[in-house]
Design a protein around this ligand. Structure first.
Ligand code: ATP
Ligand code: MG
Length: 332
């Protein structure tokens, strides 16, 4: 029996829930996957320190937040402390030259996005890395998400299934104007926080000392160690939560009037500020309070996202079978 599934079985007594649990057990990141990423991180940090002596490299994103799949990439943040903030593009250019000389790295590629990244692979494997410079909010929100992921046993399977569903339906690619994984995760957490009987609280409200936005970055990974499991009165099974999630965004959520705030565990009214005005989807970054869903800027993509929620909700309500919205066998 897989280690995490023992008490989860209590939430998987119907077919749909059981299928969700099966998909989760088959796809979740394994200890060995994380160990491989960690080995690479250590090696890279050591090589980077030959140029930037005090640099520290952090593993972030789904590799660290408890919401990763076996196939997830590894997100890295290089923290360069000091008074004069270096230009990320300059640092990444230096690193690109260094990485081309490393025997265990291949296919380095500099991506000039809003947060510039160096993308590369571990030589001879399909393990992909995205490295940014000093985007430390990614470290903070990784450990916030990790605390949510482990606050209740249902969170990790629920989010993994939603990510697989969104990817299958081609609405999980911010570079193509749809939802980033990060946005999707916040959308699931928001749904679970705003149920009549919540499955999750606001951890930033309940544990401000763990998620204080100016906490020294070295202390951030300690946060989740101080957050106990949340005791919810909601005992819904996984399948009910998945159906409820689809239904919430298909019918209840007011895209034109509401902003998703995981920080406050509620939907905030959309005001006329530049951050929210004329935006199709508004999801607040829990620390920086900007819109993480700004990639959705075309009406046609927004409509496709809403249509996917509506269609999957309708199908799943009739046939409580995960295969009706996601071909489980093809994914495992
Ligand atoms: P996947 O398993 O699909 O790789 P992921 O959890 O790594 O999913 P991404 O959307 O790739 O999610 O984002 C990686 C990390 O980058 C997030 O966990 C978060 O820490 C950070 N991040 C992504 N988008 C934003 C954003 N708009 N603002 C702040 N941090 C972000
Ligand atoms: Mg990732």
């Amino acid at each position: 029996v897989p280690e995490s599934s023992n008490s989860l079985q209590a939430y998987a007594k119907d077919k749909l829930s059981d299928q969700m649990l099966e998909l989760f057990e088959a796809c979740q990141q394994q200890t060995s996957d994380l160990a491989r990423k960690e080995t690479c991180r250590t090696r890279l940090q050591k090589d980077i320190q030959s140029i930037y002596a005090v640099a520290r490299l952090y593993l972030t994103g789904s590799s660290m937040n408890g919401l990763g799949c076996r196939s997830s990439d590894a997100d890295l943040c290089l923290v360069l402390k000091g008074n004069n903030r270096p230009d990320p593009i300059n640092v990444l250019t230096v690193l690109q030259r260094l990485f081309k000389s490393l025997s265990y790295v291949e296919r380095t590629q500099l991506i000039r996005a809003k947060v510039p990244i160096l993308r590369f692979r571990e030589k001879g494997s399909d393990l992909e890395f995205d490295l940014n410079i000093n985007n430390t909010v990614g470290i903070r929100n990784t450990f916030l998400l990790r605390s949510y992921a482990y606050a209740d046993l249902r969170i990790r399977p629920m989010i993994l299934v939603v990510k697989k569903w969104a990817r299958h339906n081609q609405i999980n690619d911010a570079s193509k104007g749809t939802l980033s994984s990060y946005t999707l995760v916040l959308m699931v957490l928001h749904y679970l926080q705003t149920l009549k009987e919540p499955v999750l609280p606001s951890l930033q409200r309940d544990y401000p000392e763990c998620f204080y936005a100016l906490l020294d970055i070295d202390m951030v990974p300690e946060g989740p160690k101080h957050v106990p499991p949340y005791i919810s009165t909601n005992q819904s099974c996984l399948g009910e939560l998945l159906l409820g999630f689809l239904k919430y965004y298909a019918t209840d959520f007011r895209w034109d009037k509401q902003v998703i705030s995981v920080r406050e565990a509620k939907a905030l009214p959309k005001n006329n500020s530049k951050e929210w005005r004329n935006k199709y989807i508004c999801v607040e970054e829990p620390f920086e309070k900007n819109n993480v869903a700004r990639a959705v800027h075309e009406k046609i993509k927004f409509d496709a996202i809403k249509a996917t929620f509506a269609e999957s909700c309708r199908i799943l309500q009739d046939r409580k079978d995960l295969n009706s919205i996601l071909p489980v066998r093809a994914i495992i």
